[in-house]
Design a protein around this ligand. Structure first.
Ligand SMILES: [Fe+2]
Ligand SMILES: [Fe+2]
Length: 251
């Protein structure tokens, strides 16, 4: 683990302008914020899509609530980028190649291809339960104060999204049975774990050194699996095995 150069909320736009921060910091920050922003935006698109594909209209009010909140999360993070001169379009264009990587398969699938209640449940586990960890553990304690503040706001709503995912999981086991839920997990669990990104990259090393993250992707992925294993176990479901290395697949 590299030594952290900047403390929690130590840096803001004026520190960046003052030149007292390492020049590479801003580049790493922009890439991290751009990835966070587009993940929120794709999640919003996924909830939007779910309104058209989830038949049970009793779920629609919560889907609408989550949709509005994900849009707000995206806005908040794009605003942090705009403050330092990066427009939404430019941030998104820089992400085009990244979007094709395995770490973005979950949000892309949710936004573009998910169908019906089971996919909604799986996407919520893969995006909200994972996002809660990334935001609560990494971004809330960011050295970049505007990102830490945005994370603080997002966190409370993500905790509710995670409760929704938990409720849907219980409902799915009851209605579809453990076998079908396990099948769906075999398709979705690799995407969910890959969403944390590859372990031990140079980019994450820079994020840790600059205090833009506090844990490596692998640590968060392990935490997620432990949490989900416990939750699924309470419902009598064992998580499907995964291949050991990123990008993970069902074993
Ligand atoms: Fe969100
Ligand atoms: Fe969410």
């Amino acid at each position: 683990m590299p030594k952290r150069l900047y403390g929690v909320r130590e840096i803001g736009p004026s520190e960046l302008r003052s030149g007292r921060v390492e020049p590479h910091y801003q580049k790493v920050l922009v890439r991290l914020l751009s990835a966070h922003a587009i993940a929120e935006k794709l999640t919003a698109l996924g909830y939007q899509r779910a309104l058209g594909t989830v038949a049970d209209s009793s779920l629609h009010p919560v889907i609408r609530k989550n949709l509005a909140e994900e849009r707000r999360h995206a806005r908040l993070v794009y605003k942090v980028l705009e403050e330092i001169g990066v427009a939404e379009g430019a941030a998104d264009r820089a992400m085009v190649r990244m979007l094709k990587s395995p770490s973005f398969e979950a949000p892309r699938y949710f936004a573009e291809r998910a169908e019906g209640e089971t996919d909604l449940l799986m996407a919520s586990l893969a995006l909200d339960a994972t996002g809660l960890l990334m935001i609560g553990i990494n971004y809330r304690d960011s050295s970049y104060a505007p990102h830490a503040r945005a994370a603080q706001i997002i966190l409370e709503e993500e905790a509710e999204h995670d409760e929704f995912a938990s409720m849907l999981l219980g409902r799915a086991v009851e209605r579809l049975g453990a076998d079908r839920v396990t099948d769906a997990l075999r398709r979705w669990l690799p995407r969910a774990v890959n969403f944390f990104g590859p372990p031990g990259t140079g980019f994450t090393y820079d994020c840790l050194r600059y205090g833009l993250k506090s844990r490596d992707n692998q640590e968060l992925a392990d935490l997620f699996l432990t949490m989900l294993e416990r939750r699924a176990g309470q419902l009598g479901i064992a998580l499907p095995a995964l291949t050991p290395d990123y990008p993970h697949a069902a074993a």
